[in-house]
Design a protein around this ligand. Structure first.
Ligand SMILES: Cc1ncc(COP(=O)(O)O)c(C=O)c1O
Length: 375
């Protein structure tokens, strides 16, 4: 027996592998998830959604009517322009399956979120990387050049605030890439899962000016709503782009877990307070990270705050001849701090590591201290 092509393209996630193989006592600056508590309203909704002696039935494919209505109100988008999914990752899977296939290409940022090339390969398509500006922000000209270099691109992804760099994109840059996709009949997916987690100004979103043909944006309960374990996310935008993806998602999951939907409904009902509290928690962690970095690297410029999210893109000193993965493994095994090798995010991540400062502030400070002693 041998696995089919899509599955053969899969490898265990480097992010998970860095943690799984870690010696005891390591501090993690690896995984990108909030370390603050699930809001009480969500915990209560989960408990109330599954009671002893009561049924826990399936539900409608597209989500419970209450959750669909709440999401539509939260996004200010009609229900046919909203698609609930088992995490924004499942929305990505469904969109790629629906719009890219054998022989097609998916334009992905380099460096970029590790799932994009993987999900493209699972659809039978190939990832075509485009480069970002030197500071990681979106450069519409480089994007358009990559788009124009192939007639096979069917889907393009932008992700700002970005994983792994934290860099942003302005409204004008987003509008420019949307326009270049529209002219070529390419679906533009703007992954905005970090958008509500910002320290300063709210980052722009591709749909701020209203729905655009061939454009969808992604959001999630996993970051600003502090609920990654719910596995609830969404895509919204052009209803025509979402329709076939919704069918893929139905075929894959039937429907979302009811307790998760109940919790998501509670979180959307308290969205303003929940997201504000997440931003307060983010600011605490940034303060811990920034002061630890100043102490640990007194001769370097202090780290710049991200446009959103909780990542820092660190240039590795490394040893002569050592590759990025080896440097990060040595950091983990000798210094006791887990980071993600930048090479996992694409060829332009060579020589970098992604640090997540989403952990408890004490752990974040300790992790940075361990980095300082590294050569
Ligand atoms: C850029 C980006 N998009 C999507 C996801 C997937 O998030 P989820 O499936 O939890 O909504 C992640 C998770 O880390 C991410 O960093």
């Amino acid at each position: 027996m041998r696995p089919a092509l899509g599955a053969a393209a899969l490898a265990p996630s480097v992010i998970r592998a860095m943690g799984a193989g870690a010696p005891p006592g390591c501090v993690s600056l690896g995984l990108g998830e909030p370390s603050w508590a699930l809001p009480d309203a969500a915990a209560r909704a989960i408990a109330e959604s599954a009671r002893p002696g009561e049924r826990l039935p399936y539900g409608p494919n597209a989500g419970t009517p209450e959750l669909r209505a709440a999401l539509s109100a939260y996004l200010g988008t009609p229900e046919e322009g909203c698609m609930l999914a088992a995490g924004s990752q499942a929305a990505l899977f469904a969109l790629f399956q629906a719009w890219a296939g054998e022989g097609d290409e998916v334009l992905v940022p380099d460096p970029g979120f590790v799932a994009y090339p993987t999900l493209a390969a699972m659809a039978g398509a190939t990832a075509r990387p485009y480069s970002l500006a030197d500071d990681g922000s979106l450069d519409p000209e480089r994007f358009a050049a990559a788009l124009g270099s192939s007639s096979r691109v069917r889907v393009a992804v932008v992700n700002h605030p970005a994983n792994p760099t934290g860099a942003g994109a302005g409204a004008e840059e987003l509008a420019a890439v949307a326009a270049s996709c529209e002219g070529r009949g390419v679906l533009l997916v703007s992954d905005e899962v970090y958008r509500e987690l910002y320290l300063g100004r709210r980052p722009a979103g591709v749909l701020d000016g209203g729905t655009r043909s061939g454009v969808v944006a992604l959001g999630s309960m996993s970051k600003a709503f502090a609920a990654p374990g719910l596995r609830v996310g969404w895509a919204y935008g052009d209803p025509e782009a979402l329709a076939p993806a919704r069918l893929v998602h139905n075929a894959m999951t039937s429907c979302l877990a009811r307790p998760s939907q109940a919790a998501a409904l509670a979180l959307l009902g308290a969205a303003a307070e929940t997201v504000e509290e997440s931003r307060r928690q983010l600011a605490l962690r940034w303060a811990a990270f920034e002061s630890a970095m100043r102490l640990a690297f007194p001769d370097e410029p202090p780290p710049a705050p991200p446009a959103g999210g909780f990542y820092h893109w660190l240039r590795l000193a490394g040893r002569a001849g050592e590759d990025t993965l080896a440097s990060c493994l040595r950091l983990r095994d000798e210094r006791g701090v887990i980071v993600v090798p930048g090479s996992a995010f694409g060829s332009r991540g060579e020589g970098y590591a992604r640090l997540s400062w989403a952990g408890h502030p004490g752990d974040v400070a300790e992790g940075v201290k361990r980095l300082a002693a590294y050569d």
